[in-house]
Design a protein around this ligand. Structure first.
Ligand code: ADP
Ligand code: MG
Length: 344
C-alpha cells in the first residue's frame, strides 16, 4: 500500500512528515469516529457527548534525563501532558492507562516513586487510572499513557475551525519551561565536570517547576465555559508556540500575525534568558513544554477576554496567503518558521 522503493531516512521526513505519510493509508470504519489522526485527541461520538482519546510516550534519553528529573515529577508530568491534550479539545480527562517498559536498573522503590507522581496527578485532576501494561525494556525507562475524556458535542474544539480575523489567545506565560530545562542542563554539565560543585538553582524555582512539574490548564477550559466562549480552534503548547501556530494555520488553512510585545513571559524568565545570553522571544516562540492553551476566538469576544488577567491576546488570524509572521517590538515583520521536534 505504500508506494515506496529503496530506503528513505526518517530524518528526511521529520515527525510530522512521518505522521502525515502514515495517516494517508489509514481509513476508519465507524461513523462514530468524528476525528481521527491530526488533532490533540481523537473524537468519538457516544450518542450523547463526544469521547476524546489521546496517547503520549516518553522515552528516557529522548524526553527526560533522570540525572535531574525526580521520578515523582516524571510520573506527574507524563499524566499532565495527556490531560493537556484532552483540554486542548476543550474537554475533560476522566481515565488513563499507564504502560511501562523498564530495564533491571530500576528498583521497586524507583517505580513506586514514579507512581507517587502519577497518582498525585490523578488525584489533583480527578482522573481514574484504569489499566496499563508492564514490560521489561533492554535499556532505560519508557512511559506511555493513554488518556480518555469527554466533551459536550457543541463545545468540541479542533485545530481547524479558526476564521480570518479571529483573535489569537494564549493562557499563562511562555518560555519558562524551556529556560528551566536550560538551567538543569547547565547544572548537569557543571556537575559532570566538577562533581564537588553544588547545583546553583537559587532564584530559578519557577522555571524549574515549569519544566519538571507543569500543570494542564483545565482551569482555562472552565473559565471559557463560564464566559460562554467556545474557541474556534485550540491546541496545547507542547512543542513551542511557533510549531503550534503552524499546526493551527495548516489545519484551519489560514495565516497568523503575532505581536512580540503581546507575548506573555514571566519577569524572572525574561531576566534569566538575558543572563543566559538567550533571546526571551526565541524562548517563548521555540521553547516547548509550557502546556498552555493556544486558541482563537471571534473578535466579538474581545471585550470579555481582555478582562482575563491570565489570558493574553497575542495576534490574529489572516488569510493563508499571508503566512505566519511576528511583528517585532521595533515594528519589523519576521517570518515564523516551525521549530517542532525533528530529530530522529
Ligand atoms: P501532540 O503533540 O498533541 O501529542 P502529536 O504531534 O504527537 O500530537 O500527534 C499529532 C497527531 O498524529 C495526533 O492525532 C496523533 O494521535 C497522531 N499520531 C502520532 N503518531 C502516530 C502514529 N504513529 N500513528 C498514527 N497516528 C499518530
Ligand atoms: Mg497536543
Amino acid at each position: 500500500m505504500f508506494e515506496n522503493s529503496g530506503r528513505t531516512e526518517l530524518s528526511d521526513l521529520g515527525e510530522f512528515g512521518l505522521i502525515d505519510h502514515l495517516a494517508k493509508n489509514v481509513r476508519t470504519f465507524h461513523t462514530a469516529t468524528i476525528k481521527g489522526i491530526g488533532d490533540d485527541a481523537a473524537v468519538i461520538d457516544n450518542g450523547n457527548t463526544y469521547n476524546l482519546l489521546s496517547t503520549d510516550m516518553l522515552m528516557e534519553g529522548s524526553h527526560f534525563d533522570l540525572t535531574y528529573t525526580p521520578l515523582k515529577h516524571l510520573g506527574y508530568k507524563a499524566v499532565v501532558s495527556n490531560i493537556s491534550d484532552i483540554a486542548a479539545m476543550n474537554g475533560k480527562a476522566t481515565h488513563i492507562t499507564v504502560s511501562l517498559g523498564m530495564s533491571n536498573r530500576f528498583s521497586l522503590e524507583a517505580i513506586e516513586e514514579l507512581y507517587i507522581g502519577i497518582l498525585a496527578a490523578c488525584n489533583l485532576y480527578q482522573v481514574d487510572l484504569v489499566g496499563g501494561d508492564t514490560t521489561s525494556s533492554a535499556k532505560g525507562l519508557v512511559i506511555s499513557i493513554a488518556c480518555y475524556g469527554e466533551v459536550a458535542k457543541e463545545k468540541v474544539t479542533y485545530r481547524s475551525g479558526c476564521k480570518e480575523g479571529d483573535l489569537l489567545v494564549v493562557s499563562g506565560d511562555l518560555g519558562a519551561a524551556y529556560l528551566g530545562l536550560h538551567i538543569l542542563e547547565r547544572e548537569k554539565r557543571i556537575f559532570l565536570e566538577r562533581p564537588d560543585f553544588q547545583p546553583d538553582l537559587e532564584g530559578n524555582d519557577y522555571l524549574i517547576q515549569r519544566q519538571l512539574k507543569p500543570e494542564a490548564r483545565i482551569d482555562v477550559v472552565a473559565i471559557l465555559d463560564s464566559l460562554g466562549i467556545v474557541p474556534t480552534s485550540m491546541i496545547d503548547v507542547s512543542d513551542g508556540l511557533s510549531s503550534e501556530l503552524h499546526h493551527l494555520a495548516k489545519q484551519s488553512q489560514l495565516g497568523f500575525t503575532v505581536y512580540e510585545d503581546k507575548l506573555p513571559i514571566d519577569p524572572i524568565a525574561y531576566q534569566r534568558a538575558i543572563d543566559l545570553g538567550l533571546d526571551p522571544t526565541v524562548a517563548m516562540l521555540n521553547g516547548g513544554e509550557d502546556y498552555e492553551l493556544l486558541f482563537t476566538v471571534p473578535q466579538s469576544a474581545y471585550e470579555i477576554l481582555k478582562k482575563e488577567n491570565d489570558l493574553s491576546i497575542i495576534g490574529h488570524a489572516v488569510a493563508a496567503g499571508e503566512g505566519l509572521h511576528l511583528i517585532s517590538k521595533s515594528n519589523i515583520k519576521h517570518k515564523l518558521t516551525a521549530q517542532g521536534w525533528k530529530s530522529f
